[in-house]
Design a protein around this ligand. Structure first.
Ligand code: ADP
Ligand code: MG
Length: 324
């Protein structure tokens, strides 16, 4: 059983960045309006996420760290109607198996909060504490009990840049949430809430994209609601770092969407560099499968050809309207 939890832990706990992603997604699922992330040493020694979400009941705190317990789905039907980020109920259990975790959490209804310390999956201490509404979770000494895997972590700088990337994506898409991200005592990013996607991009990048990205307000075509922004040809890039793809506001990787959007751009310019864009595709959860890999980054669409056609024509028409 211990072996199983360490193996499964490897799939979710690929890197500090994947932990950051799971924790922030939990905060978003808990309807947080403000999320603060602090990391040290590329997240290897310290990751803290504080949110003002709905917290966890005292009776459920320990349960949250058990494998395959999730408060988010209870049936197969739920699974087909998935709107929350989490659903597998294994992130906290996996993280706790390979680190020192402390959590303090309080629901609005409770007078006191609960704090729990878990080391290598074993509960060391549980107590009632005074606390603000919401949840603070601290992950220390990642992979301290699996030294071989710890050696596979990259340099602090490389791990930090992966964290920067995921935080940026999560901040962009959750544009109704206020984010603050601190790395080794330095504030890396703060966002205000209720910005459009392009405003949010400019918020993060000090208005560097002021005139070069165009907002796409949501448009519904057939089964799909498409929104985001498109960068013009003045901001083509030498990599795909600033291509942001989401499905139902979930961070995903999608070769399909990447190639369709790039192909639409190629109708107007010879692509030897990469366009900058953000696409959030809203689609009935019953028409997608996100449970392909534990990290939930892969997504599979039913009716791929229809999606390709619709997206290609949509992006092409938006580009021809004004951008290029
Ligand atoms: P999942 O997100 O797949 O349900 P996790 O292991 O990430 O599984 O979390 C387990 C459970 O712990 C969640 O279902 C939720 O009930 C609770 N939880 C975790 N983080 C938070 C948070 N920040 N605020 C409120 N509840 C949380
Ligand atoms: Mg989760």
């Amino acid at each position: 059983d211990k072996t199983i939890s360490l193996i499964a832990a490897g799939e979710v706990v690929e890197s500090p960045a994947s932990i950051v992603k799971e924790l922030i997604e939990n905060s978003i699922d808990a309807k947080a309006t403000s999320i603060v992330l602090e990391i040290r040493d590329g997240g290897k020694s310290y990751i803290r996420v504080t949110d003002d979400g709905f917290g966890i009941d005292e009776a459920d705190v320990e349960l949250a760290f058990k494998r395959h317990t999730t408060s988010k789905i209870t049936s197969f039907t739920d699974f087909c109607n998935l709107y929350t980020n989490g659903f597998r109920g294994e992130a906290l259990a996996s993280i706790a198996a390979v680190s020192r975790v402390s959590i303090t959490t309080k629901t609005k209804e409770a007078f006191l909060g609960t704090s729990l310390i878990i080391t290598g999956g074993i509960i060391e201490k549980k107590e009632k504490v005074g606390a603000k509404d919401g949840t603070t979770i601290i992950i220390e000494d990642l992979l301290y009990n699996t030294p071989a895997r710890k050696n596979f972590l990259k340099s602090n700088q490389a791990e930090t840049s992966k964290i920067n990337d995921i935080v940026e994506r999560l901040a962009l898409i959750n544009n109704s949430v206020k984010f603050k991200y601190i790395n080794n005592n330095k504030v890396m990013l703060t966002t205000s809430s209720n910005l459009t996607f392009s405003e949010s991009m400019n918020n993060i990048y000090n208005n560097a994209y002021d005139k070069s990205i165009k907002e796409l307000p949501i448009e519904y075509i057939d089964d799909y609601g498409i929104e985001g922004f498109l960068g013009d040809n003045s901001i083509m890039s030498h990599n795909r770092k600033n291509q942001y793809i989401f499905v139902n506001k979930r961070v995903v990787k999608s070769k399909l969407i990447t190639s369709v959007v790039e192909e639409a751009y190629s109708q107007f310019i010879t692509i030897n560099r990469f366009p900058i864009f953000l696409i959030n595709l809203n689609v009935d959860p019953a028409l997608i499968d996100v449970n392909i890999h534990p990290n939930k980054l892969e997504v599979k669409f039913s009716n791929e050809n229809k999606l390709k056609d619709i997206l290609f024509n949509y992006i092409k028409s938006k580009l021809s309207e004004s951008i290029m």
